[in-house]
Design a protein around this ligand. Sequence first.
Ligand SMILES: NC(=O)c1ccc[n+]([C@@H]2O[C@H](COP(=O)([O-])OP(=O)(O)OC[C@H]3O[C@@H](n4cnc5c(N)ncnc54)[C@H](O)[C@@H]3O)[C@@H](O)[C@H]2O)c1
Length: 374
Amino acid sequence: MDIKKITVIGAGLMGSGIAYVSAWNGYEVTLVDINQEALDAGMERIRTDVMTGIDKGKISLSAAQELMGRLKSTTDMEEAVKDADLVIEAIFENMEVKKKVFGTVDKAAPEHTILATNTSSLSIDELASATERPEKFIGMHYFSPVAAMKLIEIVIGEKTSDETIEAAMKVGEKQEKVPIKAKDSPGFIVNRILMPVLREAILLYEEGVATKEEIDTAMTSKAKFPAGPFALGDFVGLDIAYNAMSTLYRELGDCFKPPETLEKLVEEGHIGTKSKQGFYNYGGKAEEPEPPKGVDADWLVTRITIPVIREAMLLVDEGIAEKDDIDQAMKLGASFPIGPFEMAEKMGMDTVKAEMEKLHEKHGECYSIPKMLQ
Ligand SMILES: NC(=O)c1ccc[n+]([C@@H]2O[C@H](COP(=O)([O-])OP(=O)(O)OC[C@H]3O[C@@H](n4cnc5c(N)ncnc54)[C@H](O)[C@@H]3O)[C@@H](O)[C@H]2O)c1
């Protein structure tokens, strides 16, 4: 099916970004929000981005005018979806609110319209159940900032049809993204694999094995990650990390239980760089780093990498995603220097298995050996 008109619901950070990349790549776009002020602010963000594009010579003035001409905005949702080929929803992360919106959209949109959600954590199947077209329902999970991040997780529900998947993949490609398929499951690919990095790092810190600085330095200098887990957590926002981990904990059980240190920081409102205090202090008085524990950096990297490889293997075992797609998703969506399966290959499968067996023996079932490694 050929998608020409896209309606984006929610003009916040994500919705305005999705509208921008859609209009930039030739789609007719309608941006809709219940709140006029939010809609105006979203349109203003797009206008600023387009102006920056002109300044940087990425787009000519006439092309920019055409782009803005392809973009409409309204607070009337029924009107906005009545001739859409694809609706992408990016409103607040709340199941009941999203279901209500999809119920309305389902009734107002033409029969052929595909409905997509940008949810980070909610079940695609449950959202689809609010409509009478689950075969035309799909997840299109963009990453922030939308214009810069290349990945879209294309999240496939139980009833999503092949035609819908193909159409969503094509839209992603036309938006100059790399769309990667994953079956509907908690955390999809990126959050499911990223959370163990943070969790393992915090547990090692809580056990007194290493300091935050030692862990971050090992991951940046030895494993070549752009940021260590503590610095990255602070940057992303500990509230967001905590919510993501809590969803996985609720859905998948104790191996994703948010560690106490994380819970406490969030309770205290110390949620990272945006509150000037998280694992580290930003601004204000400089914090004395803890005296190093003297732990071997290579050992730390292996200790954190093994659970990451394990989680990636579980995704394959569970039929959620494919090896190469997982590697690609982690590089594009989480800035991993190499994918989990590439890490495993570099380490050698025998070593991976031996290290995992050691962890399994010492720390129990959260380190059990995935089927694909047995
Ligand atoms: N922020 C991120 O990094 C990120 C990344 C990936 C996915 N997401 C997901 O994208 C979605 C939106 O996140 P965001 O950060 O852009 O939120 P946001 O708070 O910036 O924007 C949400 C917008 O939705 C509007 N809205 C709320 N209810 C509405 C309704 N019933 N009808 C129309 N508009 C409505 C609000 O007025 C607001 O402008 C969430 O599901 C979130 O989980 C966020």
